[in-house]
Design a binder for this molecule. Structure first.
Ligand code: BJW
Length: 246
């Protein structure tokens, strides 16, 4: 029996499933990954200048402009058959938890109920004031990533920042504990489209494996998670995931 068919059978028997996703999940929707050669964001942009709190303090207009460009790109993207297959898994297996590192909203738009966003969201900007609170901003600028001054918070006048988790920042505590809890209790964890190099998120498949779950990876390339996985399906999300629920 091939690995896709045996994984489909594993899923059909599972009672608690976690789907853990990374940037490769949305690649076939046209949203760039971070670390792929040539097309990855970090091949073209400097993470240190764009994705750290220090970068925002040093040059808020550069950082805000870059995130506005990304927000506009995601708004134009549509969920791919992989996102739809994840929502189908959820519909079939009620105790399914989708945990994503992605800051896009493609799981939600595909019908996933309440994905756990470990690294925040492009659509939840927040104020950097002393008591940080959500902030609303207007329609995204549809430009090429030039400098755009961030808006000021209507409540307290402080700068508004992207609602994502930058390097060196703690993950949202409620999201991380929900993710660890779901991973520790699942029968099957599917890890899809992540390089598995960014911590603490990369611990999630390991938590599931240590607790005895079957961990299955969907990724066209090998990753450090290969060793943790019972099955490695070497294909893309949009091609492989629909075959697991057909
Ligand atoms: C396909 C496909 C297709 C392609 N189908 N697949 C040394 C050792 C260990 C840790 C550290 C260390 N030095 C520093 C750290 C900590 C650091 C870290 O892990 N760094 C490593 C890079 C070394 N982590 C942190 O800083 C975290 N915070 C933290 O540790 O806090 C501690 C703390 C505690 C208490 C108080 C204060 C602090 C925070 C990490 C935040 C990560 N942020 C980013 C940016 C988010 C905002 C934004 O979008 O701009 O999150 S970085 C980026 O990486 C993004 C992603 O969510 C994350 C993971 O990337 P992902 O999703 O795996 O994408 P890629 O591109 O890496 O991989 C894509 C994969 O898809 C590839 O495998 C492809 O093959 C595959 N693929 N097409 C399926 N069609």
């Amino acid at each position: 029996m091939d690995d896709v068919r045996s994984t489909a059978e594993l899923l059909a028997r599972a009672r608690r499933v976690v789907v853990f996703t990374g940037a490769g999940m949305s690649a076939e929707s046209g949203v760039p990954t971070f670390r792929d050669d040539l097309t990855g964001l970090w091949a073209r942009f400097d993470a240190e200048q764009l994705a750290t709190p220090e970068a925002f303090h040093a040059d808020p207009d550069l950082v805000w402009g870059w995130y506005e460009w990304r927000r506009a790109r995601v708004r134009r993207a549509v969920p791919n058959p992989g996102h739809l297959a994840v929502a189908a898994i959820e519909a079939r297996i009620p105790h399914t938890v989708v945990i994503t590192q992605n800051v896009d909203d493609l799981h939600e738009r595909a019908g996933s109920r309440e994905p756990v966003h470990l690294h925040g969201s492009l659509f939840a900007p927040r104020c950097i004031g002393a008591a940080p609170h959500p902030a609303s901003v207007g329609e995204p600028a549809d430009d090429d990533g030039g400098r755009i001054p961030p808006p000021r918070c209507a409540e307290c006048g402080a700068l508004v920042r992207p609602g994502v988790v930058w390097f060196g920042e703690a993950l949202p505590g409620d999201a991380l504990s929900a993710a660890v809890d779901a991973a520790a209790r699942c029968d099957v964890l599917l890890t899809v489209g992540t390089s598995g190099v960014v911590y603490p998120a990369a611990e999630i498949p390991r938590v599931a494996a240590r607790a005895g779950a079957a961990v299955v990876q969907v990724n066209p390339e090998p990753t450090p998670l290969d060793a943790v996985c019972a099955v490695n399906l070497r294909g893309t999300a949009a091609q492989t995931l629909p075959a697991l629920v057909s």
